[in-house]
Ligand binder design. Structure first.
Ligand SMILES: [Zn+2]
Length: 268
């Protein structure tokens, strides 16, 4: 490949990532706000239950099932608060991706969010996301409680730490470019859905016999992880192949900023 073609290709890649990010930004902002709100609702239900069963049980054999029960109550009470906004965001991100790819390839494809494959992609992704979110929350809360019991903390001390942990979900700092857990979820879900939307269009193209290729594009700064760099290094591969990490497409992990580029297989 000539240096000029190289340069043009990286400009094209950056333009596509910029377009993606611009479309996803408002979706992420809105979803992060909803997630922070859902965590507050989760906290309120959990603390209410914890307060009801908590004071007498710390250090008792009945503590784990009682706390499990309080977490389950909070999960059930807030399920819709998590699920509905994630579904809405996934739909918007999928629609944005479909619009971008249809324009890019100039294909005659009337994408509709109501098509069964789009609906399945949205439902599946949102359900998986909520499951992951709930598992992480349970883990975090259970850790605080078991550490509190080991350290001989009283109920008030443990409850205070739990409140602090919930606050962190909304204002903490899990990664340098992402402020808190609510935002991390929003960025990850928007990216997942966007890539799922890409695939909906690309699969339509392969279904009519077009040979498509994909490549893994990083944002190219020094914070890109080694695994993503390795994926990018293989260049263009057939759409159905997996990247070296085993992924069909980005994001490789929560907060991964990579994007997948697609093209028709060159005839030369
Ligand atoms: Zn990445």
């Amino acid at each position: 490949m000539t240096p000029l073609r190289d340069l043009l290709e990286s400009i094209t890649a950056l333009t596509k990532i910029w377009k993606r990010d611009r479309a996803l930004k408002p979706i992420e902002t809105k979803l992060a706000r909803h997630m922070a709100k859902a965590f507050r609702a989760h906290r309120d239900t959990f603390l209410q239950e914890f307060e009801r069963v908590g004071p007498g049980i710390l250090g008792e054999a009945s503590a784990p099932p009682a706390i499990e029960g309080a977490l389950e109550a909070a999960y059930q009470a807030t399920l819709a608060d998590f699920l509905a906004p994630i579904e809405e965001a996934a739909g918007a991100a999928i629609a944005a991706a479909a619009k971008h790819r249809v324009a890019e390839f100039g294909i005659d494809y009337a994408f509709d969010l109501k098509n069964p494959r789009a609906i399945a992609a949205i439902k599946d992704r949102a359900a998986a996301a909520v499951k992951e979110i709930d598992a992480t929350t349970r883990e975090e809360i259970a850790r605080i409680i078991s550490q509190g019991m080991e350290g001989g903390y009283n109920y008030q001390q443990v409850a205070r730490q739990i409140v602090a942990k919930y606050d962190e979900f909304g204002v903490g700092k899990p990664q340098a470019h992402i402020r808190n857990r609510a935002e991390l979820i929003a960025v990850t879900e928007a990216a997942e859905a966007y890539e799922a939307g890409n695939r909906l269009v690309i699969d339509e193209m392969t279904a009519v016999g077009l040979e498509m290729e994909k490549s893994w594009s990083t944002v190219g700064d020094d914070r890109v992880s080694d695994g993503c760099r390795t994926n990018a290094a293989v260049g263009w591969i057939p759409v159905d192949q997996t990247f070296p990490s085993g992924h069909q497409h980005a994001p490789r992990f929560p907060g991964c900023r990579c994007a997948i580029l697609y093209r028709r297989r060159p005839t030369t």
